[in-house]
Design a protein around this ligand. Structure first.
Ligand SMILES: Nc1ncnc2c1ncn2[C@@H]1O[C@H](COP(=O)(O)OP(=O)(O)O)[C@@H](O)[C@H]1O
Ligand SMILES: [Mg+2]
Length: 376
């Protein structure tokens, strides 16, 4: 059954809106073998966009798409196992042929590896790629080898790619990846993730391995008018009515944050009776509910913070966005010495609690902001 509004998963087609320019840019890149880097804060719509693009590419039989999410990778070889598993599984010509695919492309590389005979066992576990069985290069070459054999292009899409820079010995790993990938002719990559400062550094700073690796795209927010159309339509599909004004209010309350627009709309539609019109009071109550259901998460987020860090958030909640090094602000909010400020910014940015644009600092999560205002 179609849901009126979705959040927490990649938006299915019925719930996917906008992103026309980004979609065609990605399709062009995928078809012509240009590497793409996609960056935005969490839950703005990277995974949904790539899913949408992959759906559009389904009819193009010249390009095979492989997708993997490396959020849970904790070591270099964790990554190679996931990478190889995804490539073998998703380029197999028939659904259950991954085993053959593995034999053809992996075993030939290293005859030492043994497979569990039952194809239904967890593929990731049964691959057993270790430094003893395979070199990183052998694994990283895998998509290119398969592409050549099949006479097709392959696009490997790696979600939560910022994780690569959190692995032990990250710089060396990145160099290995880049060295192999940059020579591939039939394989290209779409690397996407949050932690903007990390991702930007990886791809835009000269002394990083992935400098100039591909087309860098910063995903923005979906504009209010597109949301309003979608919200009004989906209420109408459910025999409920919302005015454009209130739909636009929903967007404003959560600062057009994709996931929260959907979640708040979901609350509102559930609080509205069949055949009824949405009122201002319903939207306010739905917002309260949104803050409440997220409260335990927010508490978890501030639990590990130092007093200085919490004070910094307090300043942001009061609307301060620049000038944290100035004496009166430091004193007002007890932020410590001027030398403390950069450390505070870096640590909060690394936790994705704040976004830093030049000198301007903002809270990344608009509902967290509302909660802070209510709580601190
Ligand atoms: N293009 C879109 N149209 C409608 N809703 C979207 C869109 N992109 C994102 N969303 C909403 O935001 C949520 C998070 O999107 P997701 O793609 O998982 O973000 P990210 O990968 O950047 O963390 C989705 O569950 C959905 O509610
Ligand atoms: Mg995602």
């Amino acid at each position: 059954m179609k849901k009126s509004f979705v959040f927490g998963v990649a938006a299915p087609e019925y719930n996917f809106i906008g992103r026309e320019k980004e979609t065609s840019r990605l399709i062009t890149n995928f078809e012509s073998g240009v590497n793409t880097i996609l960056i935005s804060p969490r839950r703005w719509g990277k995974t949904s966009l790539v899913s949408h693009v992959c759906g559009k590419m389904r009819d193009n039989s010249d390009v095979l798409i492989v997708r993997l999410d490396i959020f849970s990778c904790r070591s270099e070889y964790d990554f190679y196992n996931q990478f190889a598993a995804a490539v073998l599984k998703q380029t197999a010509t028939k659904k259950d042929q991954w085993l053959e695919n593995a034999r053809e492309f992996l075993v030939r590389l290293s005859p030492m590896i043994s497979f569990r005979p039952d194809p239904s066992t967890d593929f990731n576990l049964s691959l057993g790629i270790t430094p003893k069985t395979h070199t990183p290069e052998e694994i990283l070459e895998l998509p290119e080898t398969i592409a050549r054999k099949r006479g097709k292009r392959i696009v490997v899409c790696i979600d939560e790619f910022q994780q690569i820079s959190e692995l032990p010995d990250a710089k060396t790993i990145q160099r290995k990846l880049r060295t192999v990938w940059q020579h591939q002719e039939l394989t290209s990559y779409c690397l996407y993730g949050s932690k903007k400062h990390l991702m930007s550094m990886m791809f835009q700073s000269r002394d990083h391995a992935f400098y100039h690796f591909g087309d860098v795209l910063f995903l923005g927010k979906i504009p209010t008018e597109e949301w309003v159309k979608y919200i009004c339509q989906h209420f109408a599909d459910n025999n409920k009515t919302i005015s454009e004004e209130l739909a636009s209010k929903i967007c404003g309350l959560v600062d057009n944050h994709s996931s929260y627009v959907q979640q708040l709309s979901w609350n509102v539609i559930n609080m509205t009776e069949d055949g009824e019109n949405v009122t201002d009071d319903i939207v306010d109550a739905a917002l309260d509910d949104l803050i409440n259901v997220n409260e335990s998460l927010f508490i978890q987020q501030i639990a590990p913070l130092t007093n200085y860090q919490i004070n910094f958030l307090r300043a942001l909640a009061d609307g301060v966005t620049t000038g944290f090094g100035e004496k009166n602000i430091r004193e007002n909010y007890s932020l410590g010495a001027p030398s403390n400020i950069k450390r505070l910014k870096d640590s909060l940015e690394n936790r994705e609690l704040i976004s830093v644009e030049g000198k301007t600092v903002t809270l990344t999560d608009p509902v967290f902001l509302l909660w802070l205002r209510r709580t601190l």
